[in-house]
Ligand binder design. Structure first.
Ligand code: BTN
Length: 267
């Protein structure tokens, strides 16, 4: 593993990231296919240190939820955080809430930096900025190490969506596209990691503030929401997100509680 005191690459100040966050270790690569793939690989090491960060300046084969790919270009933040839920007292039954907790952390970190920004959470964990997706989150459990979580976060920062595939340009944005200037990636990353630690603490302590926060940040309440999932697609009017992280939809046949799936559309 690279450590924070090795040569610091231009785009990231690894020393600052190590000293100002809860991380015990940083695995930095100039280029990497997928930080989640690398995180899953590291998790197979019985001596893997957690919490740790896998970070790359250029992710070339990013994965999204389901079969989706994650597009990114130079200037994007792409990273994965490895945590050991036992060490932070998160029983397996609560893993679904982790996605929401991570989404809350990213929203709050961005809101702190951009108080005027219109930043919200699309259940379970997409972060939107001015009605377009700015951040995607992929939480995975390594098949061989059910005690470790790999929390992958992709945030469009200084990369412009003008260079993205056409279908993304209508639905996604970056901080620089929206705000109009460039940002220090190290600063944004530290903000997110610090907030992630605090929100994972809320999660492990079953702090009721966390559910209140995801409800406040949710963009879906009162909207008609179309969900695609393995069993059957569902559409209904969103009544909120419950304390266990389930999405409550009013449908013609009553209230449906949705725990899995992808929101394809909301209006
Ligand atoms: C989604 O919205 O579908 C989730 C996207 C998650 C993308 C991030 S980028 C860092 C990490 N590595 C990956 O391969 N994927 C996640």
């Amino acid at each position: 593993m690279n450590s924070a005191d090795e040569e610091t690459p231009a785009a990231f100040d690894l020393g600052r990231i190590a000293s100002e966050t809860f991380l015990q270790s940083i695995d930095f690569h100039e280029t990497l296919a997928s930080t989640n793939d690398r995180g899953l690989q590291l998790a197979n090491d019985p001596f893997v240190v957690t919490p740790s960060l896998v970070l790359t300046a250029a992710q070339t084969g990013g994965r999204g939820r389901g079969a989706n790919r994650w597009w990114s270009a130079a200037g994007a933040l792409t990273f994965s955080v490895l945590v050991n839920p036992d060490a932070v007292e998160l029983p397996v039954s609560r893993h679904p809430q982790i996605s929401l907790a991570v989404g809350v952390a990213v929203c709050e970190a961005l809101r702190q930096r951009f108080p005027q920004g219109d930043i919200g959470l699309k259940w379970p964990n997409d972060v939107f900025l001015h009605n377009k997706k700015v951040c995607g989150i992929l939480v995975e459990v390594p098949p061989q190490r059910r005690d470790i979580l790999v929390i992958g976060i992709g945030l469009n920062v200084n990369n412009s969506l003008k260079s993205a595939p056409a279908e993304l340009q209508a639905t996604a944005t970056s901080l620089s596209d929206t705000v109009g200037n460039k940002f220090e990636l190290t600063e944004i990353l530290i903000d997110i990691l610090q907030m992630l630690e605090r929100r994972l603490d809320w999660l492990s302590a079953s702090d009721p503030q966390l559910a209140r926060r995801w409800e406040e940040l949710s963009l879906l309440r009162g909207k008609t929401v179309y969900i695609e999932n393995h069993q059957h697609d569902i559409a209904g009017i969103c009544q909120g997100i419950d304390e266990e992280g389930g999405l409550l939809l009013r449908t013609p046949s009553g209230i449906e509680r949705v725990t899995h799936g992808i929101v394809k559309h909301f209006q």
